[in-house]
Design a binder for this molecule. Structure first.
Ligand SMILES: [Zn+2]
Ligand SMILES: [Zn+2]
Length: 386
């Protein structure tokens, strides 16, 4: 992982969180929802908000929200894919419009979060409380040293966004929506609805990733750190709710790995790759993900048995890894058959295709059976009577 190489190779200095209140950020966080709501009620009382204005609001919520998730997070922080120049510019522009700092500062915090998650050095550690992780951490002044973002500083466009962050953010976040609304309505309606109100909404959505995603949900990929997977938080966060997977496999461009997992950020990156605007999408292999989840399920189930004072039979304990490797072998066989078929299917005749599909189906069933027998064995431990 590039990101790990970068953050491990340069020593991370201690951060000073004790410099007092960051009044500018604090006031901004307080005033944007106030102005946004005041604008909302004012325009509603003046005969309502036109449909086009709501469309614009929705566009800015989505474009700037994914500016953070697709851009600041998955592209700049984790380098989970490569983006073409126009995509990079779009993400830098709409990322700035969220008023969440420059990509360089945002990524510095985020890379420290991954490296030191749940410790004192984690800038938004959930161990300091839900509200601290949600937004209270932003009220304190922080020092930025760029120690772990030198790869981003070296990119002239990311550096440009950092150097001219404030004028870019003001233009992209307030003036641009204002000008857009002038086509059918008023400049100030754009500033207040697609500007202030939208910034407040997207702020909360991003903040949920640091608070809700470390509090509610499942931990199928590890309980060593607090990150959790939750489908309903994914809906609120443009797909970032599968945070347990993300902390375990941070270089993967996906957060929700199943096709039906709600992860619009993943779908955007994938769609852009189809039209040639993103490339080299990094993905952890299915086998690696399965191996990790089986291993952890086994580990936590055994720990739970031991916690309830069960003395587990040695043969039973020894049988588990064997059954697990059978599951892995069956999975590998199924995946390689599927790959082989995909490579050759254009040259196959109709009958041959049917035979191949049958073979694939059989190997899938074999995998499911081995998984079932591993699971049944795990759920029915043999114990020693003492
Ligand atoms: Zn996290
Ligand atoms: Zn991350």
């Amino acid at each position: 992982m590039n990101q790990q190489i970068v953050s491990n190779s340069i020593p991370s200095p201690e951060k000073d969180f004790q410099e007092g209140i960051d009044w500018v950020t604090s006031l901004f966080l307080f005033l944007t929802p106030m102005f946004g709501l005041a604008g909302l009620f004012y325009y509603l009382s003046q005969g309502g908000i036109p449909f086009l204005s709501w469309m614009s609001f929705a566009f800015f919520v989505f474009a700037t929200g994914t500016g953070i998730t697709v851009g600041y997070h998955r592209l700049f922080s984790h380098k989970s894919y490569e983006a073409s120049f126009p995509v990079k510019l779009w993400l830098l522009f709409f990322g700035a419009a969220t008023f969440q700092a420059s990509a360089i500062e945002w990524c510095e915090d985020h890379r420290v979060h991954h490296k030191f998650v749940d410790t004192d050095k984690d800038p938004y550690s959930i161990k300091k409380g839900f509200w601290y992780a949600h937004m209270a951490w932003l009220l304190q002044k922080r020092k930025y040293t760029q120690h772990n973002v030198q790869d981003l500083v070296a990119d002239p466009w990311i550096k440009f966004q950092h150097d001219y962050y404030l004028p870019i953010a003001i233009f992209a976040g307030f003036i641009f929506p204002g000008l857009l609304h002038m086509i059918w309505g008023s400049f100030w309606e754009g500033v207040l609805i697609s500007g202030a109100l939208r910034i407040a909404v997207v702020h909360q959505s991003t903040f949920f990733i640091n608070s809700l995603c470390h509090t509610f949900g499942e931990q199928p990929f590890g309980e060593e750190q607090t990150a959790r997977n939750s489908w309903w938080i994914a809906i609120l966060t443009f797909g970032e709710g599968y945070h347990n997977f993300h902390h375990e496999f941070q270089a993967d461009y996906r957060n929700g790995i199943r096709w039906y997992d709600y992860d619009p950020s993943k779908w955007i990156i994938r769609f852009l790759s189809f039209i040639g605007l993103t490339r080299n999408l990094r993905k952890v292999s299915e086998e690696k993900i399965l191996q990790k989840s089986l291993f952890l399920k086994e580990k936590y189930t055994i720990l739970n048995y031991q916690k309830s004072n069960m003395v587990l039979a040695k043969e039973w304990l020894e049988a588990l890894p064997k059954l697990r490797s059978q599951v892995m072998e069956a999975k590998a066989k199924f995946l390689s058959l599927q790959d082989e078929y995909n490579q050759h299917k254009s040259n196959l005749k109709k009958d041959d295709k049917l035979t191949w599909k049958k073979r694939i189906e059989q190997s899938k069933e074999g995998f499911q059976l081995s998984l079932q027998s591993w699971s049944e064995n795990l759920q029915s431990p043999r114990t020693l009577v003492v």
